[in-house]
Design a protein. Structure first.
Length: 367
């Protein structure tokens, strides 16, 4: 169990809509024949890298966040903390501003920041993704936040069995489980709300959207030591393997096993695979984790037979094991007979909002 929050930001800033010239031969011919009228368009933000970083610095410091993990521009790391340094946000931003000239600041494509924070209740990773060029209608700033229960951090010299014994105290009854999860969730939502307030105070915005969810990892096999924690850089920030965060995240990999063995009733959560991809969303009715193998990594995954559950048909570890008639999105739904879904160069990747593989074709300017 961990928490995920997402804020997307549309700054009150002048933008320019520009035609994207295709690079492939057919696309170039099509572009010439139509005078570029049917080509893909991009929205270009006019803010500079320095200006937006200065505003985000004010936002984060107003929320008490002053530790940075990573600062990258166009895939070049200007700062990467591999030692667990503290109170280094101001230092990293000053170093960036010294190294980047005015032209680079104006013409960047992509900025990427990762910050960390902790209080008495939760430890947080905050990932800020800024795209100067993006599809029209897509907000240029996305903030992804993960929260982990600080009480369940793996302590120095503590064994997995000892951590599991501490977790068992939470799982001793349904009531104790619910009180713990609800308190953590409330603290997480308060943290996300504080960041949103800072955004509205220090950045002129046209709109800010916000979502929060509680997530449960369903591993393929039981996780018994910290070395089994999986890493991936293209998912939620907590999966990236940043320095020191496996100690905070380890408990979440044992959570589903303990839900199953203690027959805890789960509700209002999203169940994800080892990479953080959504398997199913569980509503208020929920289901008993002890029934079946949906949350038991010691057995093959089998979808719950009952409960108000929405299954995801997308790319996750258990797509072959979920009902096919759920009414949810399937991979076929990403295609459309409308010709506007295809680029002039025939790539079939028209925008970040309609193509799940844009990061592989460069459409999102992904990290």
């Amino acid at each position: 169990m961990y928490f995920t929050g997402t804020l997307t930001i549309d700054p009150s800033q002048a933008t320019k809509i520009e035609t994207v010239k295709p690079t492939k031969a057919f696309g170039k011919l099509f572009y010439m024949l139509t005078a570029g009228k049917l080509s893909k368009k991009e929205e270009h933000e006019t803010f500079s890298a320095v200006s937006i970083l200065q505003q985000l610095n004010q936002v984060m410091r107003s929320a008490g966040i002053n530790n940075i993990v990573r600062l990258a521009q166009d895939d070049h790391d200007f700062y990467l903390d591999v030692e667990g340094r503290t109170d280094d946000l101001k230092e990293a931003l000053n170093e960036y501003m010294i190294k980047v000239d005015e032209i680079e600041s104006q013409l960047f494509n992509h900025l990427f920041l990762v910050l960390e924070h902790a209080d008495d209740h939760l430890s947080y990773l905050i990932e800020i993704d800024i795209s100067r060029k993006h599809a029209p209608g897509v907000y240029p700033i996305a903030i992804n936040i993960n929260g982990m229960a600080e009480r369940l951090r793996l302590r120095k010299n503590e064994s997995p069995a000892e951590l599991q014994a501490r977790m068992q105290q939470i799982m001793a009854s349904q009531e104790q489980h619910d009180v713990f999860v609800n308190e953590c969730r409330a603290r997480f939502e308060e943290f996300v709300n504080n960041i949103e307030l800072g955004i509205r105070k220090f950045i002129r915005v046209d709109d800010v959207t916000k979502t929060c969810s509680t997530e449960i990892i369903r591993p393929k096999k039981p996780v018994q030591n910290r070395n089994q924690v999986k890493h991936r850089r293209d998912g939620q920030p907590v999966y990236a393997g940043y320095h020191g965060f496996d100690d905070s995240f380890f408990y979440a990999w044992m959570w589903s096993s303990m839900l199953h063995s203690n027959h805890i009733h789960v509700h209002n959560v999203s169940v994800v695979d080892e990479g953080g991809s959504a398997i199913m969303d569980v509503g208020a009715e929920g289901f008993n984790a002890g029934d079946g193998s949906a949350l038991n990594p010691a057995e093959e995954f089998e979808a719950p037979a009952e409960g108000d559950i929405d299954f995801h048909q997308g790319d996750h570890d258990y797509q072959d094991s979920i009902p096919s008639d759920t009414g949810g999105d399937s991979w076929l739904d990403s295609f459309s007979s409308d010709s506007s879904d295809f680029d002039a160069d025939g790539s079939g990747c028209s925008s970040c909002s309609s193509c799940s593989s844009c990061s592989s074709c460069g459409g999102c300017g992904g990290d």
